[in-house]
Design a binder for this molecule. Structure first.
Ligand code: CTP
Ligand code: MG
Length: 226
């Protein structure tokens, strides 16, 4: 069986909520967000493909090159939405397994990657998640929602490529807009295997998240932390 894994990194977003330009290149501890994910994923996957905003390839290479070995990395241009970007990433590799990780989540650990790659061999679709810790209520009537029945979805996620292609095609057909890929696969009626991620896998979305990332980075080794 061909177990080739392509690591696909959506890094083409404009970072509007953060307000510092394309987010993948905003520095944390002096290194672009994208470099953190690349360093963590360096040893996994036979192929690495990164999607960038239009016209960013030269700058992306120059900014990441001091920190990570880019020889195995291929670059593609992202799309209008994350979903469109992932479709372009999927088109750029024929590897039968894909691991997708958002450049906006810099602190990816080796244990999660390994657990995910194990899980996807069993189920063909797997995603990291984080249990919720806050009390939850509904916006419309303020009614409490039992958080034990809910999970926050994170990346990395991993899939059999054929399944994810089918999920994206079906998503397009139904006009479904998803902010992650497991959601599209779920719409096909296919089960997702959930792998416990952790709070360190948080997504840098707002300026407050960036401050948090700086604090975390100060106590973290750059590269594939275990
Ligand atoms: N992304 C992408 N292509 C897009 C939109 C998003 O590759 N057209 C990527 C981002 O680069 C990021 C991940 O998807 O790694 C999650 O998206 P998000 O956190 O929303 O990042 P941005 O879209 O850049 O931020 P914002 O929504 O605030 O503009
Ligand atoms: Mg976005």
């Amino acid at each position: 069986m061909d177990n080739t894994v392509a690591v696909l990194i959506p890094a083409a977003g404009m970072g509007e909520r953060l307000g510092q330009g394309p987010k993948a290149f905003v520095p944390v501890a002096g290194r672009p967000l994208l470099a953190w994910s690349l360093a963590a994923l360096d040893r996994f996957g036979e192929e690495l493909v990164v999607a960038l905003p239009q016209g960013w390839q030269v700058r992306a290479q120059a900014l990441c090159e001091p920190w990570v070995d880019l020889r195995r990395v291929r670059w593609v241009e992202g799309g209008e939405t994350r979903q469109a970007t992932v479709q372009r990433l999927l088109a750029a590799s024929a590897a039968p397994w894909v691991l997708i990780h958002d450049a906006a989540r810099p602190f990816l650990d080796e244990a999660t990657i390994r657990a995910l790659l194990g899980a996807v061999q069993r189920t063909s679709a797997a995603s990291a998640y984080q249990p919720l810790v806050d009390t939850l209520v509904r916006v419309d009537d303020g009614a409490p929602v039992d958080r034990a029945g809910l999970r926050a979805v994170q990346t990395p996620q991993a899939f059999e490529r054929r399944l994810l292609l089918r999920a994206h095609a079906e998503g397009e057909r139904r006009g479904y807009r998803a902010t992650d890929d497991a959601g599209l696969v779920w719409c096909l009626g296919h089960p997702i295997e959930w792998v416990l991620g952790g709070s360190h896998l948080f997504k840098v979305t707002t300026p407050a998240d960036l401050s948090l990332a700086e604090a975390v980075a100060a106590n973290r080794r750059f590269g594939a932390a275990t």
